[in-house]
Design a protein around this ligand. Structure first.
Ligand SMILES: C[S@@+](CC[C@H](N)C(=O)[O-])C[C@H]1O[C@@H](n2cnc3c(N)ncnc32)[C@H](O)[C@@H]1O
Length: 495
């Protein structure tokens, strides 16, 4: 599996561009989901860890066979054909419960593949090419990633309820104490649509595919009941389903390609720029897991961030307004001593409503973090390890101050490598353990994640062995300056 195939880049994006033929410009990136994947794809250019057809008209409508009629969309359907091996014999559609509904495009057909029952009964529809749909099949065969579903890690039943929240529509309020590091929700995607459509596909055709994808689900009402921002004055031609996707979808990376994904339960979580939870997407199960990034008290709203961790306040505001259609509005802050009322027991003020001084300090911190992210690898490449380390240590202080630790935990790799380079094996071990804890705790699912974890364990063992040998030598020969000489050569996994 190539590194790109394990990328799980997730960002909320402006979905509109696909329908208006503007260039595709993902506007925000959820750094929580970059965590670890950046580690795995190793952005840091220090020495690497060794981790490692027939026309449909004369035939019966396949949806009639499945007992669910297609939505009626007023446009010429003659472009839609059923292609290739999809016969009218339902067993031949397996694992799809409906006959794939395809649109012929320039290079490859574009189809809706639906399994109305799996996973977990709510169903999934995938809009993509036959080739990509084929390679996604393992998802339906392996609906659970055991690691994520270990009972001690996941709250069952869900530890929150969805209620109306003034100024925000609906939101999720904790009904019990939620511990940091535990999974609040695992939500399988209901709709997955390839982000880039063939250029010869018309918008009406895309709308038809989307409507088909939604109406074929086991429980379309759940998706159709999600909130909608409304397109008045923006895009009057948008269908309700487009509006719904715009308001609620995420962008996920699957095998190096970008997809728009809709998660019916996750979509109820509101945004906060200092959230108490973060999300992680699994390519192997097409599920999004929501992890508590700190302890959450009963009555607190569960929030995630819709914008990239490094964004400054003005950029955040713009992003949130452009994509999600809301500005920060009062009242979003509540006194920390409010207790019983579910809607007024927020324990901390949202950063976005903070005073200008607090905002400025936070913006400065985030700008500095961003600058370090560029300068540390550069310094490391120039072998200015001590300077790079100083910056890395400071960066982590700022990351902590901003409450971004969970979203930027992949950065632990920097100091791990840098400390190794300067011969500080104890510190290298400390940070390597942190990296491992992140992989282990929040999980990089699938075989690749497992291999990575084992490789990290190998490195840790070798570092521990090297530290032991170094100590023995020091005991034998006194505290000679051995750093960077014997130490580094002996840790084979950390060249
Ligand atoms: C993914 S939905 C979140 C759930 C939504 N509140 C609902 O009622 O289903 C995104 C929409 O929720 C609203 N929203 C999310 N976070 C918000 C916040 N912090 N303040 C105000 N509105 C928010 C916006 O209307 C946004 O377009």
């Amino acid at each position: 599996m190539s590194p790109s195939s394990i990328r799980s880049l997730i960002h909320f994006r402006n979905f509109k561009s696909h329908f208006t033929c503007e260039s595709q410009q993902p506007t925000t990136i959820n750094m929580a989901c970059l965590a670890l994947t950046t580690f795995l794809t190793s952005a840091l250019t220090l020495s690497h860890f060794t981790l490692g057809t027939r026309a449909t008209s004369e035939l019966p409508d396949d949806d009639e066979l499945c007992g669910r009629g297609l939505p009626t969309i007023p446009f010429n359907r003659t472009a839609l054909t059923t292609i290739g091996p999809y016969s009218y014999d339902p067993p031949a559609w397996s694992p799809w419960t409906h006959r794939p509904y395809c649109l012929e495009a320039n290079e490859e057909p574009w189809c809706v593949y639906t399994n109305a029952a799996s996973p977990k009964g709510h169903g999934i529809s995938i809009i993509t090419t036959p080739e990509i749909a084929g390679s996604a099949l393992n998802i339906l065969e392996h609906p659970f990633d055991q690691k994520f579903f270990a009972p001690e890690k996941l709250y069952l039943p869900r530890p929150y309820k969805v209620v109306d929240i003034p100024g925000k529509g609906k939101g999720a309020i904790a009904t019990q104490k939620i511990e940091k590091g535990k999974a609040i929700l695992v939500d399988h995607a209901s709709i997955i649509a390839a982000a880039e459509y063939p250029s010869d596909v018309m918008r009406e055709e895309v709308q038809d595919l989307l409507a088909t994808a939604v109406h074929r689900l086991g429980n379309p009402e759940k998706v159709l009941g999600l909130s909608r921002k409304g397109r008045e004055g923006e895009d009057e031609g948008a269908t309700e389903i487009e509006d719904l996707l715009l308001t609620n979808s995420f962008t996920v990376g699957i095998q190096g390609k970008e997809f728009i994904a809709l998660f019916a339960d996750l979509s109820r979580l509101n945004h906060d720029c200092k959230p108490n939870a973060f999300i992680y997407f699994s390519e192997t199960t097409l599920a999004m897991t929501v992890w508590a990034s700190r302890d959450i008290e009963p009555g607190e709203e569960i929030s995630i961030t819709y914008s990239a961790a490094g964004l400054l306040s003005t950029e955040r505001t713009q992003t949130l307004q452009n994509i999600w259609g809301f500005k920060w509005s009062v009242p979003l802050c509540f006194p920390s001593n409010s207790t019983t009322n579910l809607l007024t027991s927020h324990s901390q003020c949202a950063l976005c409503t903070a005073s200008p001084e607090v905002l400025k300090k936070s913006d400065d911190n985030r700008a500095q973090i961003r600058s370090y992210q560029a300068s540390i690898p550069k310094l490391a490449n120039e072998e200015k390890f001590h300077e790079a380390l100083q910056q890395a240590e400071h960066m982590f202080k700022l990351v902590e101050e901003e409450g971004l630790t969970d979203q930027m935990s992949d950065m632990y790799e920097y100091p791990a490598r840098l400390y190794y380079q300067v011969g500080n094996l104890d510190k290298a071990l400390e940070y390597t353990l942190k990296v491992k804890r992140e992989i282990d705790g929040f999980g990089v699912p699938g075989k690749f994640g497992q291999e990575k974890l084992e490789a990290m364990e190998g490195i840790i063992k070798r570092l521990e062995m090297e530290i032991k040998i170094k100590k023995e030598r020091e005991a034998q020969f006194g505290n000679m300056n051995l750093k960077g000489k014997y130490g580094r050569r002996m840790v084979m996994g950390m060249p």
